[in-house]
Design a protein around this ligand. Structure first.
Ligand code: ZN
Length: 510
């Protein structure tokens, strides 16, 4: 076997191991009885070690050398060259992280997550603080091991968003803040109450599930290669493009929770299901640093698709013009007299609030910015863990004009830091910004796109996204995808224009 194919066979085995790990994780989060947690932890630790040893081996080094020689003269943007380049890049990075450090982080994470969950429930930050401190120390060591030229944050954000740095994020967030805060102030000043509260009735869960799945299929989610389950913290997970699963959670009264959870995760799933079949079990569908293989090129790129389908499509007026009749067939009594306009308003309410995951499109990114600022300050050593709750509350007041009544609804609300996920938050905001840039390009390039969206026909948009984004897997980074499809790297302007247009009309802003 020649150099490239031999490396490919080796990486395919790694991909199989990582996918098997993902199946165990999916099971743990959906079906596993509580008693299974400890032995599942052993199973995951063993498989993760086997996978890491497989990757960081002398064999990988030899195969890489041979493959690099073989593809040296091929075009720089070909899939083969990109696959070899990525394998090399991650091989060098993963090798720099001491196995001992990975093991300490992996051992601390489940304990720390459990302490965090209890602390959140009891509103007791002090009990979580020592674990957060330990995790922060390990994360700092990890940043030093990986190396960086500017800010330690750069080494950590690389895992999630390889094309950004602390410095580039500060510029991006500055631009975004300059547009978002005045818009939010105008909305708050013109706040108009809903004419009617739709969410006091009961919406039986089986019917909610049926409608959510119908809409997920409508946008293109293929159930031959997918399924929908329940999880308290909804997620999408794929074990190759042939098996891409989603989850959601239900509230008997508040129907939008399950529906938009389903559309969000289905958006992630469209990306995974749309990867070129030729990239299956290759480096271009493998997340060497992360915890499971993903076909998407970064967290931001992935999130751009979940947000696009959830918000820009699912929360549009056109969506409810096209689909409210169907929802009213399912819930005739609960939705009697409801028209698309009322539905549209009720799923787009903007209100400064405490909880990130429940935030609307305008305030959401402010929640992200304050978290990223906090992570950077913690890594710099300018903020102590003990000072976190007060710092958090002050930032909430500064950005959103609200102060959490307690730490459970403040600094303790997210799971990310307890598991060591520093650097993952920017992906959410970058995803929002990317989604608008992709959609702007799609409107320019697809004739009659608005007409098909009005008719509830998503095939033209899905086809465009598949061609420009999904099929490439991890072959091109987020900025390359944007340049290739829209002509320019990440720009804030299309996203701000989208929000301005939508909410000026919705709130009758002057
Ligand atoms: Zn998401």
């Amino acid at each position: 076997m020649n150099g490239y194919d031999a490396l490919q066979t080796h990486i395919a085995q790694l991909s199989d191991l990582l996918n098997a790990i993902s199946v165990l994780k999916w099971d743990a989060r959906t079906n596993m009885p509580p008693g299974g947690a400890q032995t599942r932890g052993f199973q995951l630790a063993t498989l993760s070690r086997v996978a890491q040893e497989h990757f960081v081996s002398d064999r990988t080094a030899r195969l890489l050398d041979a493959a690099e020689t073989e593809v040296a003269a091929e075009p720089a943007d070909s899939y083969r060259v990109r696959a070899v380049k990525q394998t090399r890049q991650y091989y060098e990075i993963v090798r720099r992280i001491p196995v001992e450090l990975t093991a300490r982080k992996a051992t601390l994470a489940p304990v720390s997550e459990q302490v965090w969950a209890e602390a959140k429930q009891k509103n007791d930050f002090a009990s979580f603080a020592p674990y957060l401190q330990q995790m922060l120390d390990l994360v700092r060591q990890q940043a030093e091991a990986i190396g960086y030229s500017g800010h330690p944050f750069d080494a950590l954000v690389f895992e999630y968003e390889p094309s950004v740095t602390a410095a580039s994020l500060k510029v991006l967030f500055g631009e975004l803040k300059a547009g978002l805060i005045p818009l939010l102030q105008r909305i708050v000043a013109n706040d108009c109450p809903l004419e009617r509260d739709l969410w006091q009735h009961e919406y039986p869960l089986d019917k909610q599930k049926a409608f959510g799945l119908e809409m997920a299929q409508r946008i293109g989610y293929d159930l031959e290669r997918g399924r929908l389950d329940i999880a308290p913290h909804p997620f999408e997970i794929s074990f190759t493009r042939q098996d891409v699963r989603i989850t959601t959670r239900y509230n008997l009264n508040y129907l939008p929770m399950a529906l938009y959870g389903t559309l969000h995760e289905a958006g992630h799933a469209l990306y995974e299901q749309g990867v070129d079949p030729a990239l299956t079990r290759t480096a271009l569908t493998t997340d060497f640093l992360g915890q499971y293989p993903v076909g998407g090129t970064s967290y931001g790129a992935h999130e751009s698709q979940s947000r696009l389908w959830e918000n820009q499509i699912g929360r549009s007026r056109a969506f409810w013009e096209a689909h409210l009749d169907r929802l009213r067939e399912i819930f005739p009594e609960q939705l009697a007299g409801v028209d698309p306009d009322l539905m549209y308003r009720s799923v787009n309410r903007v209100r400064p609030s405490l909880i990130r995951v429940e935030a609307d499109e305008v305030t959401y990114n402010l929640h992200i910015m304050l978290r990223v600022e906090i992570e950077m300050a913690l890594l710099e050593g300018n903020l102590k863990v003990s000072e976190l709750p007060a710092f958090w509350n002050a930032k909430m007041q500064e950005y959103l004009g609200v102060t959490p009544p307690n730490d459970s609804k403040g600094v303790l609300q997210d799971v990310h830091w307890s598991g060591g996920g520093f650097g993952s938050f920017p992906g959410y905001t970058i995803g929002n910004i990317m989604s608008a840039q992709f959609l702007e390009a799609a409107y320019q390039q697809i004739p009659g796109l608005q007409d098909s969206l009005n008719a509830g026909d998503y095939a033209p948009l899905l086809g465009w996204l598949q061609h420009n984004v999904y099929r490439h897997g991890r072959a091109y980074d987020a900025n390359e995808l944007l340049v290739r499809s829209s002509g320019s790297p990440l720009r804030v302007a299309p996203y701000l224009a989208y929000l301005e247009g939508k909410f000026t009309e919705l709130y009758h802003l002057p």
